[in-house]
Each structure stands twice: as C-alpha cells, then as structure tokens.
Design a protein around this ligand. Structure first.
Ligand code: GUN
Ligand code: ZN
Length: 427
C-alpha cells in the first residue's frame, strides 16, 4: 500500500494504491517493478522470494527531525524547552567529543530507527565533527539514505559545546566535502537554533548555504513561548523568529524547520514561497509542553509538512506512535487526520519535504528499494481490532493508533533486509 500523491488531510482514497497479493521485484538496490503475483510468478523461477502474505508492504518511513545524540536524553522528567536543554541535553551532547561514545550511540540509534521501520531521517548530530563521522559511517554500513549535520553553536551553550564562527565554518566545509553525496549520505547545514548562533555565525552559514545549494538546512523555529521571547530580545530588529533565518539566507528549498507551532500567516506564506518545510513533531510538542501544531493552517498555506520524532524531546522512534500523537493533537483542534494523510506524512510527504520523491517515499519502478512490512496481527489487541474490517486504510489506522516497533515485521533498505522481527503467533 502506498500514496500515489497527496491525499489531503481528510484523505482522498483515490490517492492510495492498494494491491492485493502483489510482488515487488528488487534489482541492484532499486525497485524493478511491482505487479500482481499471479502475473509474474512464472517469470521468477530462479529468483529468491520473501513471502510476507498477510502483511502490509509500505515504503520505508521517513523521520524529518531527530537528534541521534539524544538517545540518553529521552524521557527526562519535568522541564520545558530552555531548562530541558540546559539540564539534560547539553550535558549528554558533551560526551560526543569521544569518538568511541559517538560510534556506539550511532549504532544504537540506527538500529532503533530500523526496528521501527524508518529508512531515512534528517538527523542532528552534536557540535563535534566526529559525531557526524560516526553517524554517516554507521548509516553507510547499513545502506541507509540519511541526511545529517553538525550543530553550529557559538553562544549561549556551555564550554565544550561551542565552536567559533570561523572554526564552525571550517569544520562544516570539511564535512560537506567528505559526506555530501557520498553513498546515500546527504549533508545538512545545521544551526541548532538562532539563540545559539551569533549573527556572524548565522551569516556565515547562510553564505555556505548559497555556496553549496544542493545541501540541506535544518533548524528549530517557534517551538516554545519562552524561546520566542528570548529570540525577540536577541534579534530585536526582526519581524518574527522565522524572519531571522530568512534574513541570513537560511530559508530556502531543502530547508527543514522543526516545530513551527507559533508561526503567523505571513511566516507560513513565506515558508511556502521560499520552499522551506515544517517538520511536525507531536510527541515532542506534547512531552516538552510546547503546544499544539495546527496542520490545517500549514496545509492551507501550501506548506509541505512532514513528520519528526524529535527524540530526545520526542518520546518514540516509532512513526506509528508519532502518528498516533499527531492524530490526537489535531483532534484537540477539531480536525481528524485521516489514515491516508497519516500514511502520506510518514512516507511520500516526507520524501517531498526533503525533495527526494524521485528516489524514495513510494514503491515504484526505478526508486530506491526502501520498504517495510507491517503486521496487522502484531499483538493480540491489534489482531482483534484489525479483524473488524479488511479495508487496508482502516487497518493502517489501527496500526497508527495501536502499533509500534512490534508491528514492523521487516525493514529493507537499498534492497537489503536489515531487520526481521521474531514474532509470536497470535491465535
Ligand atoms: N531547540 C534547540 N535545540 C533543541 C533540541 O535539541 N530539541 C528541541 N526539541 N528543540 C530545540
Ligand atoms: Zn529537535
């Protein structure tokens, strides 16, 4: 099952393709074709077949905002954003000066993504270049398509986590040259947020974004009210928080901004005009107590929204858990996020937000062979709930509300099976 195009928030079912008993043929890491099993089985005599009858075949999930060094920050009690950064996040991130710690955490992090069916993510590393080396080394060993970058911070961060405008830029250029376009790796210029960079560093990053137009930009914006007040004090001459990034040339196509909760109409229109995209991070917005993202306003303004787990502010690597919270955040605002749109947000919508829809996000001939198998009977409760109807979108909705890593039976990236879940049979 997959999205052929954007089904819209209320879910135009004709945008969804569901093939019963289909086979996806993979050759050299790419999808060769997808067809009804009985129409091509005879031709595949000598080809090994992985039989997943009863499962839903979906494109690999895409997480457009996550922090790999925050594995050990997840589920930290009792703070909102600015205190949470000081108290829990910065102390953990300092440990990534040690390449051994960075490598071990990168392995752990990617294995969690894979067991949750995520095959592409846009990842924040720490200020240390060795943290980027660790992440891309581990993702290339697994054949994953990953976007990542070193955080730049030259103020308002503790010792051991600051670069200078000059050293940060020097390291950034070295990392772009080493990793951008290498295997399936893509580089993101990563100002942590406007509060931790001086205007000088912001300007230098904007200049690099122009010099390397195929790289990504990723950052945070308009997440929390105290953060927004602080930004207004640090950058008093700007109309809005988003305008700070715009002023320094950091709002452009291939730029991904996490949260975007407190944007106004002018900001949303500007994002669309610039080609910048919001990453909606519901588990984080609820956990940190940041606020409720209004999906409908963003879509109406033409924003290409995608979905982020934002772990460690977020509480799960699972895009299914993330969708469950996305649904509830919209319900609280009187809008029901359809299962078709949920599927879109986690797959083709993510690919479009990252301008990668020609390579990933759906299971079509010529695209990279990243896909997952979902088990509608993964738990006794899911088995009972999905027995209620054989409508694939209703089954996906049940998975969206009740599923997690237990529902991911297998994960393939670049045509290779990276994960198979050992399941207990549910009667
Ligand atoms: N704003 C600046 N840094 C961070 C971070 O690490 N997580 C979240 N959720 N927001 C941020
Ligand atoms: Zn974040």
């Amino acid at each position: 099952m997959q999205c052929l195009r954007d089904p819209g928030l209320s879910g135009d079912a004709s945008a969804i393709e569901f093939l019963q008993d289909a086979i996806a043929v993979v050759r050299n890491g790419k999808i060769d074709r997808v067809a009804a099993a009985d129409s091509i089985l005879a031709e595949l005599q000598d080809v090994p077949i992985h039989d997943y009858r009863g499962m839903l075949l979906l494109p690999g999930f895409i997480d457009t905002h996550v922090h790999f060094p925050q594995v050990d920050v997840i589920a930290s009690y009792g703070s909102q954003l600015l205190e949470w950064l000081e108290k829990f996040t910065f102390p953990e991130e300092r440990k990534f000066a040690d390449p051994t710690h960075a490598a071990e955490t990168a392995d752990f992090f990617l294995d969690r993504l894979i067991e949750n069916g995520t095959t592409t993510a846009s990842v924040f590393c720490t200020v240390h270049p060795q943290s980027v080396d660790a992440l891309f080394t581990a993702s290339e060993a697994r054949g994953l398509r990953m976007i990542a970058g070193k955080c730049l911070m030259d103020r308002n961060a503790p010792d051991g986590l600051r670069d200078s405008a000059q050293s940060g830029i020097r390291e950034l250029i070295g990392l772009i040259e080493r990793w951008h376009g290498h295997a399936r790796s893509l580089y993101a210029i990563t100002p942590r947020f406007a509060a931790t960079s001086t205007p000088e560093q912001m300007r230098a990053m904007g200049q690099l974004a122009m010099r390397f137009p195929t790289t990504y930009v990723q950052s945070h914006v308009a997440e929390n009210t105290a953060e927004i007040e602080w930004i207004a004090k640090l950058y008093p001459e700007h109309r809005s928080y988003l305008d700070v990034y715009d002023h320094y040339g950091l709002l452009r196509d291939k730029s991904i901004y996490a949260h975007c909760i407190y944007l106004d109409d002018a900001d949303r229109a500007r994002m669309t005009a610039a080609g910048a995209t919001p990453s909606f991070c519901p588990t984080s917005n609820l956990f940190i107590g940041s606020g409720l993202y209004n999906l409908q306003q963003a879509i109406s303004a033409g924003n290409r929204v995608s979905l982020g787990s934002d772990v460690g502010g977020g509480t799960s690597y699972s895009m299914l858990r993330t969708l469950a919270e996305a649904y509830k955040v919209q319900q609280l605002q009187g809008v029901s996020l359809s299962p078709a749109y949920g599927l879109y947000l986690a797959t083709l919508g993510g690919a479009k937000a990252l301008s990668l829809e020609d390579r990933i996000g759906s299971i079509q001939a010529g695209k990279e062979a990243d896909f997952i198998l979902l088990d509608p009977k993964a738990t006794p409760l899911l088995a009972r709930r999905t027995a209620r109807s054989d409508d694939p979108l209703d089954r996906f909705f049940a998975l969206m509300m009740l599923g997690d890593d237990r529902a991911i039976s297998a994960t393939y990236a670049n045509g290779v099976c990276l994960h198979r879940r050992v399941t207990t049979v549910v009667a």
